[in-house]
Design a binder for this molecule. Structure first.
Ligand code: NAI
Length: 488
């Protein structure tokens, strides 16, 4: 679709949001309208105003309905009230629409001073957006020990890696880096590594590599120009995408997209900047760049290029920029003067805009079913029982061995925060009142294995407080659990 030639308008939900949100959204709409984008805006409310009206999710039903109807949203920042128990409205929107892919382009922008200027940084971070530690499944295990479940699913890894590949292909990029902590978290981060490698083999035109995520952080700083597309699980992606934004000028100029099946929401990376709200000081560049991504998403490549060129020319020439990005010694102007300058530059071409053949991202469809993966064999081989105790490991070992007498299990080891402390290994592991006791079936259970576990738990419960258990299983002959540090 060519923006100048189309007659129909695409409906887009516009969420002004909080703080500087309304100003940067207004600015962005002005530029898009001046550029001839054929968009029909549908304004919707979310964030602080919703919380004030007692809508605990931060997003009223009308807003959710509007996004569902239109499938595309451009959003200003939403305040997350701290300490009021409300959930983040941003997270609500991402989760309600299962926007599993967070896309953050990281590209050097002319006129933006950074220590990395001139290096030709131009890559995209693809972050899984709904799983991992951000599933938010947390429990206090003891009064002094907290736990957060890191949930990683095979289909979730597959989705995000397929999206990374599709994005690379849509922008004519050639290489995908899967960055994980698989060396330490062999089942969770390891799943991302294994699935990533498998998915990317299905895209033979793309090169791919695996990189340990801490080295990836290091490489992003020492040689950022080596990256093309980097895909990560949620928390790693959260942290490294902010690091990456810092390389090219920081939050004020960093755009993003949240993509799901049939829904896409575009927003600046920055927050609501309450200190400068309502003062005509906000820089709308990040939201404008997000709107450029949105225009490409709706297939209006011509208007996207027109806005991008005008923006680049404006930044390159350094006239009429907002205070946060104005060249040294030059006074910044207001949001409205900056917008007027960008609008005046529409139609001019910058040679700094990288030439890319953008195509629509061919996103794979993931049917809304309950994803189920069967195993041809399953064996229950033991159980980890987590107990709270103020005693030392030797004493706990004796009591738990005693508890297991007459049950179907042998106590194999006890660990504290992942390191084996019984049988004793030497060293001086710091101890807290949270122990994992690993019991293995003495021989493969013939009868009701779960009843054997219940029996063991009631024996343990006579002497110890236990807070949760994990079955130790083998799927298709492979151990579905990892060993403790030091476990033989
Ligand atoms: P922030 O991004 O609002 O501000 C950080 C610093 O950058 C401040 O000095 C601010 O003035 C400046 N800044 C940010 N955007 C700017 C712009 N466009 N032009 C000029 N200067 C700009 O981050 P902060 O202070 O941590 O968060 C404020 C609120 O925003 C919080 O309630 C937070 O929860 C929310 N937030 C919302 C996000 C979203 O809706 N996606 C993302 C991040 C934060």
């Amino acid at each position: 679709m060519d923006g100048s030639a189309t007659t129909t308008r695409t409906k887009v939900t516009a969420i002004p949001g909080d703080g500087i949100g309304p100003e940067v959204l207004r600015a962005t709409r002005q530029v898009l309208e001046a550029a001839g984008a054929r968009i029909e805006w549908e304004e919707a409310m979310a964030g602080a105003e919703a919380f004030r009206k007692g809508i605990g999710s931060g997003a009223p039903k009308e807003t959710l309905d509007s996004i569902a109807r239109n499938g595309v949203a451009l959003k200003g920042p939403l305040e997350t009230p701290v300490g009021h128990g409300e959930k983040s409205a941003n997270v609500t929107l991402r989760k309600v629409f299962e926007m599993y892919g967070n896309i953050r382009p990281v590209r050097e922008i002319p006129g933006i001073r950074t220590p990395f200027a001139g290096r030709g940084i131009d890559f995209v971070v693809v972050r899984e957006n709904v799983e991992d530690l951000y599933a938010g499944v947390e429990h206090m295990q003891t009064p002094g020990v907290a736990q957060c479940l890191k949930l990683i699913t095979e289909v979730g890894c597959e989705r995000i890696c397929e999206l990374a590949a599709a994005l690379a292909e849509s922008e004519g990029r050639t290489r995908v880096t899967v960055a994980t902590k698989a060396n330490i978290m062999k089942l969770t981060e390891g799943m991302m590594k294994r699935v990533g490698e498998r998915v990317l083999k299905g895209h033979p035109a793309l090169g791919h590599e695996h990189m340990i995520v801490d080295n990836c952080a290091h490489q992003m700083v020492i040689r950022p120009e080596q990256f093309d597309v980097v895909v990560m699980t949620n928390m790693n992606g959260d942290i490294l995408s902010d690091l990456a934004a810092g390389l090219v000028g920081g939050l004020g100029v960093a755009p993003s997209a949240n993509l799901g099946d049939g829904v896409a929401m575009f927003e600046a990376v920055h927050g609501s900047a309450p200190q400068i709200a309502g003062r005509n000081l906000a820089n709308p560049t990040a939201l404008l760049l997000s709107a450029v991504m949105m225009l490409r998403h709706i297939g209006d490549f011509a208007t996207a290029a027109k806005v991008e060129h005008a923006l680049y020319i404006t930044l390159e020439e350094g006239r009429d920029l907002t205070g946060d990005i104005a060249p040294e010694g030059v006074e910044g102007v207001g949001t409205d003067a900056y917008v007027a300058r960008v609008i005046a530059n529409l139609g001019r071409e910058s040679d700094k805009v990288p030439t890319r053949e953008y195509r629509p991202i061919a996103m794979k469809k993931w049917p809304a079913i309950t994803w189920y993966k069967a195993a041809s064999t399953r064996e229950l081989v033991g159980v980890d029982v987590f107990v709270e105790s103020e005693r030392d490991p030797h004493a706990i070992g004796i009591t738990l061995q005693h508890a297991a007498e007459g049950s179907a299990f042998d106590l194999k080891m006890i660990s504290s925060r992942g390191a084996q402390v019984w049988p004793e290994m030497g060293g001086n592991t710091f101890l807290v009142d949270h122990f994992r006791a690993r019991f293995m079936f003495r021989e493969p259970p013939k009868g009701d294995a779960v009843a054997e576990i219940t029996d063991l738990l009631s024996r343990i419960g006579r002497q110890h407080r236990w807070m949760h258990i994990e079955k130790l299983q083998r799927f298709d002959g492979e151990a579905a659990f990892t060993k403790a540090q030091g476990e033989g």
